[in-house]
Design a protein around this ligand. Structure first.
Ligand SMILES: Cc1cc2nc3c(=O)[nH]c(=O)nc-3n(C[C@H](O)[C@H](O)[C@H](O)COP(=O)(O)OP(=O)(O)OC[C@H]3O[C@@H](n4cnc5c(N)ncnc54)[C@H](O)[C@@H]3O)c2cc1C
Length: 432
């Protein structure tokens, strides 16, 4: 029988990553050898693995991850400006293995049998579970842009999974002549990191301003508006001449014909509703849906995985919990912080279930920073709870908010420092 101060954990689960230390948990009465199998060693999966083992060291926790190291997408835009290298956002699973006792299996999960409670891997393993967690991130809807697919993406990178393609894109920026044009194709909603494409444009502009000042960055967007748009526009005006004839950054939204339907990779031409556009460097971020394993395991409805908002347990297959980008969590954006917060709620719910108790009342948190220039950061934050019917996650009125439009230069500079410490805190909290 497992006894645990669940209410405290649920409260902490919604709290900040830093605040979520659980060392003060009262003695757990432990006699469990239950098995939890986690698919996906990203933010959601690692956070869940670590906290399951911290809260109940008798649990047998297995993390199945396709790659030997985790390269975080968050802060990967800084690789494009040259402010950091790819090594600084790449992390090993050693702490999860040796410090927290998680069985880390480097393999590809290819199927989940909800009736037989087993995860099957490409390497031939059949991993039995009492609870399964799935946090595979997103996959692309390649069919939405003619002429663009996984093979072409090797030379026309999306760089939306941080790693080799981030490095390729950086090299292409370095090789581009001064006066060249970078075209970023932004995705339609919903996708991971709503402000990500616009932070990316800012980071590329930051590099060009110093090294290729005659260059331009054009964002082609199917959407009529985008996340933190007023703050981005303000920052772009301050640093990159946005709104003037000589602006380094230009944004063409859906209403102005910004939707891209095809790519001719040989000539570097994009077909848009407003006509053909050429780029010296092209970065296409395709439309997105839940990761492949979510489809194989029949967890998806309308691109994403519906879940019980109190626990993140799948609405399609009980006993499987879907976290992070792949889940359908309404008002919560698809972000690292959201995945981290959801993981803690799911962990509390699984421990409650193992103890034969009801799950508690969760709160969730999101904080997301974007760095527009060397000394110019902006952020958005919110706390969420269930609505009165318990079936939707809604923002708590008055919680969080956006960076103010009239912030001082000192405030903007401080937000860059906060962004960097936020990054380290999330990494620490999920896997160190
Ligand atoms: C450029 C960019 C910038 C971003 N910046 C921010 C930011 O500033 N703040 C923020 O909060 N968020 C940011 N994000 C979003 C953030 O990275 C994601 O929301 C977060 O990583 C989601 O966590 P996850 O666990 O759902 O998926 P991920 O972290 O993507 O992890 C999924 C893992 O599952 C593994 N996997 C998938 N399928 C399988 C399988 N079948 N078998 C084994 N392993 C599998 C993958 O290899 C991967 O390691 C950014 C994203 C991008 C692209």
């Amino acid at each position: 029988m497992t006894r645990i101060n669940r209410r405290d954990f649920l409260r902490l689960a919604g709290g900040s990553a830093m605040a979520a230390g659980v060392s003060g948990f009262p003695g757990l009465l432990l006699a469990s050898t239950r098995k939890v199998v986690i698919v996906g060693g990203g933010v959601g999966g690692c956070t869940a693995a670590k906290y399951l083992r911290k809260l109940d060291p008798t649990l047998d926790v297995t993390l199945v991850e396709a790659k030997t190291h985790y390269t975080s997408c968050f802060m990967s835009n800084e690789v494009l400006s040259g402010d950091r290298n790819i090594e600084s956002i790449t992390f090993s699973y050693d702490d999860l293995k040796h410090r927290y006792g998680v069985n880390v299996v480097i393999d590809n999960a290819i199927d989940i049998d909800p009736a037989g409670k087993q995860v099957r891997t490409a390497g031939g393993a059949h991993l039995s579970y009492d609870a399964c967690i799935v946090s595979p991130g997103v996959d692309f809807k390649w069919e939405t842009i003619d002429g663009y697919d996984a093979r072409i993406a090797e030379s026309v990178p999306h760089a939306w999974f941080a790693g080799p393609q981030t490095v390729t894109l950086r090299k292409q920026l370095l090789a581009m002549p001064d006066g060249g044009r970078v075209v970023i194709v932004a995705p339609p909603n919903q996708y991971k990191c709503p402000p990500g494409p616009y932070e990316r444009a800012s980071q590329i502009a930051m590099y060009c301003k110093h090294h290729k000042p005659k260059s331009k960055i054009l964002i082609l967007d199917p959407k009529p508006k985008f996340s933190k748009a007023r703050l981005f526009r303000q920052g772009w005006s301050q640093h990159y001449g946005f709104g003037t004839d000589d602006s380094m950054i230009e944004w063409i939204g859906g209403k102005q014909g910004g939707a891209v339907s095809a790519l001719d990779a040989t000539s570097g031409t994009l077909k848009t509703e407003g006509g053909d556009i050429q780029g010296d460097v092209i970065n296409i971020i395709p439309a997105q849906k839940a990761g492949k394993i979510a489809y194989a395991a029949d967890l998806v409805a309308d691109d994403w995985c519906p879940v019980d908002k109190r626990t993140f347990e799948s609405a399609r297959h009980p006993g499987i919990y879907v976290l992070g980008d792949a889940s359908s969590a309404e008002k919560m954006p698809k972000s690292a912080y959201a995945a981290n917060s959801q993981a803690k709620v799911a962990v509390a719910a699984i421990l409650a279930r193992f103890a034969g108790e009801e799950p508690g009342e969760p709160t969730y948190v999101n904080t997301c920073y974007s760095i527009i220039a060397e000394e110019h950061g902006i952020s958005v934050a919110a706390v969420y709870r269930l609505n009165d019917d318990g079936d939707m996650i809604t923002k708590i009125k008055g919680s969080g908010g956006l960076s103010p439009m009239n912030a001082s230069a000192e405030h903007r500079k401080r937000e860059v420092t906060y962004a960097h410490s936020w990054f380290q805190n999330v990494i620490d909290d999920m896997m160190q």
